[in-house]
Design a protein around this ligand. Sequence first.
Ligand SMILES: C[S@@+](CC[C@H](N)C(=O)[O-])C[C@H]1O[C@@H](n2cnc3c(N)ncnc32)[C@H](O)[C@@H]1O
Length: 204
Amino acid sequence: MNGSLPAEYFDALYATAADPWGFATRWYEQRKYACALAALPCARYRRGYEPGCSIGVFTEQLAARCDRLLATDMAQAPLRAARDRLARLAHVEVQRRAVPQDWPSGSFDLLVISELGYYLDPADLQRLWAAATAALEPGGTLLAVHWRHPVADYPQTGDDVHAALAAAPGLGRLVEHVEEDFRLEVYLRTPPAVRSIAAQTGLR
Ligand SMILES: C[S@@+](CC[C@H](N)C(=O)[O-])C[C@H]1O[C@@H](n2cnc3c(N)ncnc32)[C@H](O)[C@@H]1O
């Protein structure tokens, strides 16, 4: 049986609150988004993808770094809010999709898996990392950031999600930032071998 949380779980959650995690209001989230954006190794990306975009708060900030950005979610209610929030950004496309089964076509130089992986069971999570790795351009950036504390309903913890990511082939870690509450990592699609930002930009 598939143990990943279904769309109905999130539909019910969004029926109780438009922004259940306080993405638009909590300092915790604002600070975490700032950490995540600061960790991205490239100033600009040509084509980014954020599955599980919710109401599009992080999407809006990612959009400032991307020429084109795809944002998807499997729940309907947050997508309406995301479309409203992002309507003036013509380079951002919002679609209803579930991962890993409905992964979009084409390649990306930025993938953002933020507060999403722990909703999947281990088999679906492994499929997610495989799909993400296959869709990343050589040297492309995969940003993963997750809450670390156990949540009763969730099939996995954030640390489980990042342990599975560390074991996924075809990726090398560039950034690791761990706090009591969240783990934030940036991986690059290998080959080529991972090089530091100073090395990439000719500083050393
Ligand atoms: C906690 S929010 C994360 C929002 C955003 N990525 C951020 O960090 O600000 C998780 C979102 O993922 C969506 N979601 C959960 N499982 C999903 C799946 N298998 N496929 C697509 N979206 C999913 C939920 O509907 C919810 O809106």
